[in-house]
Design a protein around this ligand. Sequence first.
Ligand code: NAI
Ligand code: MG
Length: 492
Amino acid sequence: MGEIDRLGAAPWEYAPAPESRELVRFRERYGLAIGGEMVDPRSGTWFTSVSPATEEPLAEVAQAGPEDVDAAVGAAREAFEDGWSTMRSAERAKVIFRIARILQERSRELAVAESLDGGKPIKESRDVDLPLAAAHFFYYAGWADKLEYAFPNRRPAPHGVAAQIIPWNFPLLMLAWKVAPALACGNAVVLKPAETTPLTALLFADVCRQAEVPPGVVNIVTGDGSTGAALVDHAGIDKVAFTGSTEVGKEIQRRLAGRGVPLTLELGGKAANIVFDDCALDQAVEGIVNGIWFNQGHVCCAGSRLLVQESIAEQLIGKLKRRMGTLRVGDPLDKNTDIGAINSRQQLERIRELVASGQEEGAEIFQPACALPERGFWYPPTVFTSVAQSYRIAQEEIFGPVLSVLTFRTPEEAVEKANNTAYGLSAGVWTEKGSRILWMAERLKAGVVWANTYNRFDPASPFGGYKESGFGREGGRHGLEAYLRFDGGRRG
Ligand code: NAI
Ligand code: MG
């Protein structure tokens, strides 16, 4: 120790550890992936996807209009009817299996692409997004020829053309969550990635080509919300799956009303991460860090409300603040980065606005000293204490690196506070007592309850919400159900 103290003047710095940008080469311009080809948009319009870490333009991307959406739905319909839905299911499994293998083979390239286009730290895209995306395809490849066993005596059949709209926080992983079960069940898909993160979906079109996915089975239409709306409004779709904001989820539900098109919605959350006084404190601190600062807090199931038992609140918050000081914010491509760039200027504004509301309403803010890069979109890890349940920062999804801390005294009070939200996606419980975990899990209104861990995902485990967090499940055998019908006849 003495030696380090004497060196006090020299800061303990990490050397840069950049992943190579050269692992991915974007084209200058991407068309739409329709019918197995890259085609220019009939709309004739394009937009630019930037790196949120530097604001540098990465590539031009097509803004698909209604005519383009129509072409994509038509290509999907043709592929569905012309072989994909009637192909031997073991053959379909092989195709999906090949996608999984190619994702693994190209994982470094895709991880760099994901971090460049969306701003997430490379250690997350490399160690979480890519392995999990591949795992989803492996997992659902295994179900493709076993659907009759998954749903005995129910005669499962695919819907037809699945319209899928995904957000920007886990671009390739959300694509995998949507595309893998849809294909396993024999559907063709038209997928619209988010406007700030379209590039890995476009690279995925190339993965499909390599995997010899029949043309038209997977179509990618890029564009903004109007493209998504055109897809939802198209008369030729048989199923809609959406992940994104509650507001747009509700709008989609309105647009589909009365059309008999099945819908799954995976929307926002305001999860309680509940820490009891008997837990392993240091592990809980790591779980809190992972719960809220994973992917800059752009996570629907983020543990954004920390509920701490009063008797340990001071000690826990002290430990947490110290730990926050060690989080490294900066270049997403640096392998030591913990917190990357905020996905877009718009999202940064939203975070700033909600943080300002917290300060105005009377919460106490803490941010560790940290130097943020000059260009790009950044927000430091932030914690609010003295938060009342009524504050906006305790009720609304911030979708950024901002944690609100509340306290409780009894398990009953913890449950009541945890459930006091319009959402119901996930929750965390930290305690040594197994019986208390079960007691809490029974009472928490959340689709997923993690015990002594947080943000753990597995393709075999279903994920989804209650209340304003949406409905339907993704992952596991449950995830197949959204892509099948059981009536034995066609939708009329
Ligand atoms: P958003 O819901 O607008 O975007 C999600 C996807 O929906 C994008 O692909 C977008 O182009 C598409 N979309 C937008 N309007 C549409 C429409 N009318 N019809 C069909 N598709 C449409 O989310 P946004 O505005 O980027 O983020 C706002 C807030 O939503 C965030 O701050 C966060 O709180 C929440 N959010 C939640 C996500 C989740 O994983 N549950 C993901 C993204 C955002
Ligand atoms: Mg981008």
